[in-house]
Design a protein around this ligand. Structure first.
Ligand code: SF4
Length: 357
C-alpha cells in the first residue's frame, strides 16, 4: 500500500488540506488508494491553461497585449494543457458540443486576462518565483518531506512580499477560512524554510511572505448589463476584507427609482441600492490575508501531527463532510467491512471487527 511520507515519498499540501480540513477517510480513499482518473474534467485543463497564460504574460511582458493577442495566447495554452501536459494521456471529458464549450472558455479567459494585464499591481511587481517547484522538510525529530509548486511569489516596489495562488473556480473563501488554510500554510513554510528550483538552481527565500493572496481570476469577468445588487452590509454571508473594501469603493450608489430607470427593471426591491455598470469587473481579483509567525508555527505543529498520523495509517471519518462526498459507497464498504482489500490493507479497526465471508 502506498503511504505518503514513507519510503522517501513526499507529502503534498493537498493531502494535508484534505486530511485536516475535510475528512481523514476521504483522504485515504482519494490519495492512498487513489486510482488513475479515467478522465480529466474541463475545469482542470482550463485552470492549467490559465496558469500557463499568466506565467507567459509575466515572462514576455505582454502588458499591452490586445484582446486578439490574449485570445491567441490562451488558445495555445489550452492546446498545451489538453495535448502536451504531463497527464495528456488521460482524456478530457468535454460536453457533447466541444467547440461551443471551448469557445466559452476562450471568451471568458480573454476577458480575465485582459483585466489581469490592466492591473497596475500585476504590471509593476517583480516576479521572484513563478510556477516554482519546492522541497520542504519539517518535523520534530522525525522529518516529513514535502514537494509541491507555488503559483507565484512577487515583490512590490515598497518591498512587500506576496505569495499568490491563482484560482479559476467560482468559490472564494472568507477571511476566517483563508487564515486557516493548510495549503497556504505549507506554501508559506516553503517560502520561509524550503528550497525552490529557479533557473536550474535551488534557492532559499528565508522569510515568511508579508501577505498571502487567493487570486480569484473569475473576479475579472465583467457585467454584461447594468446590474443591481444588494449592499454588502445587508447580505447574509461572509466575504473577504479585500472584497468588502473593493465593493464599497466600486459599487455605484443611487436611489431605488434611479436604479430602476438605469437597469430597466421595475420590479427591484428596496434592497437594491447599488449597481454595477456594463463592463465593470465582479471583484477585486486579489483576496489578501496576513498571517503571523505565531500562527504559522502553530499550524506547522499540526501539519507535523497530520503527517505522523498518516504515516501511522490513522484515518478518521468526518460525518459533517459526508453530504456530497463522492466516496460514500466506498466509505460504507470500508466501515461495514464488506471490502476485503481495505480490511487487509490497513488497521483502521482490528480485522476481527470486520465480517468478511
Ligand atoms: S462519507 Fe463521510 S466519513 Fe466517509 S469518506 Fe466521505 S466524508 Fe469521510
Amino acid at each position: 500500500m502506498n503511504r505518503f511520507g514513507s519510503n522517501g515519498e513526499a507529502f503534498h499540501a493537498s493531502i494535508i488540506s484534505s486530511y485536516v480540513s475535510y475528512c481523514g477517510l476521504a483522504t485515504k480513499f482519494q490519495y492512498i488508494h487513489g486510482e488513475v482518473p479515467s478522465f480529466r474534467n474541463v475545469r482542470m485543463i482550463n485552470g492549467t491553461a490559465l496558469h500557463t497564460a499568466l506565467e507567459l504574460i509575466h515572462e514576455r511582458k505582454l502588458w499591452d497585449a490586445t484582446d486578439i493577442d490574449l485570445q491567441k495566447l490562451f488558445i495555445d495554452c489550452l492546446r498545451i494543457a489538453e495535448f502536451e501536459h504531463d497527464d495528456h494521456e488521460v482524456p478530457v471529458f468535454w460536453n457533447e458540443d466541444k467547440d461551443a464549450q471551448k469557445s466559452v472558455l476562450i471568451n471568458d479567459a480573454t476577458i480575465m486576462l485582459r483585466n489581469y494585464v490592466r492591473k497596475t499591481e500585476n504590471r509593476n511587481c517583480k516576479i521572484i518565483l513563478s510556477e516554482a517547484p519546492f522541497e520542504l522538510s519539517i518535523g520534530d525529530g522525525t522529518q516529513y518531506r514535502f514537494e509541491g509548486r507555488i503559483d507565484q511569489l512577487r515583490e512590490y516596489p515598497d518591498g512587500t512580499l506576496e505569495l499568490l495562488d491563482f484560482k479559476s473556480g467560482v468559490r472564494v473563501p472568507n477571511n476566517d477560512e483563508m487564515r486557516r488554510m493548510y495549503q497556504f500554510a505549507i506554501y508559506a513554510l516553503a517560502v520561509r524554510e524550503g528550497k525552490f528550483q529557479k533557473d536550474g538552481e535551488m534557492i532559499n527565500i528565508g522569510r515568511l511572505p508579508d501577505q498571502l493572496t487567493w487570486y480569484q481570476l473569475k473576479d475579472h469577468m465583467e457585467y454584461l448589463k447594468p446590474t443591481p445588487v444588494a449592499p454588502i452590509e445587508e447580505r447574509n454571508g461572509k466575504y473577504t476584507d479585500s472584497y468588502f473594501k473593493w465593493f464599497n469603493k466600486q459599487a455605484i450608489t443611487h436611489s431605488l427609482d434611479e436604479i430602476k430607470k438605469i437597469t430597466g427593471n421595475n420590479r427591484l426591491r428596496a434592497l437594491n441600492k447599488v449597481y454595477f455598470n456594463t463592463g465593470h469587473e465582479k471583484g477585486p481579483g486579489r483576496h489578501i490575508t496576513k498571517i503571523t509567525d505565531h500562527r504559522i508555527n502553530v499550524m506547522r505543529k499540526s501539519i507535523i501531527w497530520a503527517c505522523a498520523a498518516i504515516r501511522m495509517n490513522i484515518y478518521m471519518p468526518n460525518p459533517s463532510a459526508c453530504t456530497g462526498c463522492r466516496f460514500v459507497d466506498t466509505c460504507d464498504m470500508y466501515l461495514d467491512g464488506t471490502d476485503k482489500e481495505f480490511v487487509e490493507a490497513d488497521s483502521f479497526l482490528p480485522a476481527e471487527a470486520y465480517q468478511l465471508n
